[in-house]
Ligand binder design. Structure first.
Ligand SMILES: NC(=O)c1ccc[n+]([C@@H]2O[C@H](COP(=O)([O-])OP(=O)(O)OC[C@H]3O[C@@H](n4cnc5c(N)ncnc54)[C@H](OP(=O)(O)O)[C@@H]3O)[C@@H](O)[C@H]2O)c1
Length: 474
């Protein structure tokens, strides 16, 4: 059997890939937009096809000879996600029909069509499109609610609120009912779905316990070993709640808004097919929280909500950024620091490790970015030391990593232009370069206004990297 996994660099897809690779009885093909973001060992273990669902002609190579296709494609970060998701589901279905794929396995969201948020309605529409030609392709449609797992947006939000706020004023949507599920259980359903012998479209709601959002928050706090107090009030509008999340958690406004909208209506299991078709027991909510916490504490987070979507502004290894209109370059001799240690030091930039000087200014920039509905600086890092292509590092995205040589970050904050930050080792020097391609006059004014700040920040950054590497070597 040949299986194709789409969304292989997404939150669910990255984890599912590891489970599917364990089963040697089938051939796994990964469909990705950016093969550079896959580890070399993963590429050695499976087939890799570069394809973009918005370019239907690329789908034939991805789907040729495939029996079962996982559809985990999602464009929530885009403002026009409804149109994009509709078109991508349609393109994918047509590709599957052309290539005679027998089954699509899709993971969507729990909730009701009559009361659902725009985001949920779009996920439902995707499922309906994928299920619309049962004569040609069957669709196995799993529906999950709030996913409890390290790196999941919903769990990250809860964790940050619980850790930061001993007393929480909560909007009335905390009475909404939901069915949470641990990410490992979601993956198990998706894997075992391969073995179901279905002759027709099937929708399976997954999860077990139904509870209010308030109860979920309380139980997660207790599982985290924290006593928290929740005071529900009526005056929180969805917009105000979204800003609240933006301020206290790592998610940007667009994601906060769509998650809050989703919490206004119940998202609970509607059918019992999971019991008929599967027999494994689910982890308790508390066990899922403990696993997530342990993964975070031991730097074992496999994927995060902000890992996908690294395409925009991407450059390849050989791409020459030196034609950028503005370049701020600092060249610092290593002064005897080992290149490997300097590499490790600059790869640890961001998150809890800070920005090697003037962290207050970086935080202020992040706050301004969030106020303008940007991603902000508090997305942090997946891992305190390791970086891989596609990782978000605060408001940057890793677009190239060459071991002991180079780290290239693309700026995802709101900017009147495109910017990259590069760290490179060359002939006993650390070469640190900020590249900026401005948009029009505003972009140019922005760069000139920041020249004095750049002089401070970037000089200190480069020097601190070498000083810290030297201190570590000593
Ligand atoms: N995460 C949750 O908490 C949760 C909860 C319930 C249900 N679900 C469902 O699970 C599914 C997967 O969600 P997720 O959280 O894993 O999503 P995600 O992290 O946002 O990942 C989305 C994936 O879609 C890919 N993609 C986007 N546009 C594409 C295009 N034009 N061509 C090819 N690939 C494209 C992205 O590729 P790049 O990496 O190249 O950008 C990425 O790998 C969704 O249907 C979602 O509704 C998720």
């Amino acid at each position: 059997m040949r299986i194709v996994l789409t969304g292989a660099n997404g939150y669910i897809g990255r984890r599912l890939k590891h489970h599917l690779l364990r089963n040697k009885e089938h051939t796994l093909r990964l469909m990705v937009r950016n093969p550079n973001s896959l580890s070399p060992w993963v590429i050695g273990e499976c087939e890799v096809v570069q394809a973009d669902v918005m370019h239907p002609q690329t789908l034939d190579a991805a789907l040729a000879g495939v029996d079962i296709a996982y559809y985990l494609i999602h464009g929530l970060a885009h403002s026009n996600f409804k149109e994009l998701d509709r078109q991508s589901a349609q393109n994918f279905l047509e590709g599957c029909i052309r290539q005679k794929v027998s089954t699509i396995i899709y993971l969507g969201g729990l909730g009701d069509k009559t009361t659902g948020s725009e985001h949920l309605l779009s996920r439902i529409e995707t499922g309906e499109i994928l299920s619309s030609r049962p004569d040609k392709v069957r669709c196995l449609w799993f529906r999950a609610g709030v996913i409890i797992g390290s790196g999941s947006a919903s769990f990250e939000i809860m964790r940050h609120l619980i850790q930061k706020l001993p007393v929480m004023i909560t909007p009335k949507w905390v009475t909404t009912h939901i069915t949470p599920i641990g990410v490992e259980d979601v993956l198990r359903y998706l894997v075992e779905g391969l073995t179901l012998d279905l002759s027709h479209n099937t929708i399976i709601d997954i999860g077990e316990e139904v509870m209010s959002y308030g109860e979920l928050m309380e139980r997660v706090s207790v599982a985290m070993g924290l006593k928290r107090y929740f005071i529900p009030v009526n005056f929180f509008s969805p917009k105000f709640s979204s800003y609240w999340l933006v301020l206290f958690t790592p998610v940007p406004f667009s994601i906060a808004r769509s998650l809050i909208e989703g919490l206004k209506s119940d998202a609970t299991i509607q059918n019992n097919l999971r019991h008929t078709l599967f027999s494994f027991p689910l982890h308790s909510l508390e066990a899922a929280v403990h696993t997530a916490e342990a993964e975070i504490e031991t730097n074992q987070v496999l994927s995060r909500w902000s890992d996908s979507g690294g395409i925009e502004g991407e450059v390849d290894h050989d791409h020459d950024l030196s034609n950028a209109l503005f370049i701020d370059r600092r060249s610092i001799p290593l002064h005897g620091a080992s290149p490997a240690q300097v590499y490790r030091t600059f790869c640890a930039i961001g998150g809890d490790n800070g920005w090697f000087g003037y962290d207050g200014l970086w935080k202020l920039r992040g706050l301004i970015d969030k106020l303008f509905h940007g991603v902000g600086i508090n997305r942090g890092r997946r891992d305190g030391a390791e970086v891989r292509i596609g990782d978000s590092v605060d408001f940057w995205k890793v677009v190239d990593v060459v071991e002991n040589e180079r780290l290239l970050l693309f700026a995802q904050m709101k900017l009147p232009g495109k910017a990259w930050l590069e760290f490179k080792l060359h002939e006993g020097h650390l070469i640190q370069s900020a590249y900026f391609y401005p948009y029009g006059v505003l972009g140019r004014l922005y760069w000139y206004a920041l020249v004095p700040l750049h002089a401070l920040i970037f000089t200190t950054m480069a020097k601190t990297i070498v000083t810290r590497a030297l201190a570590h070597d000593a």
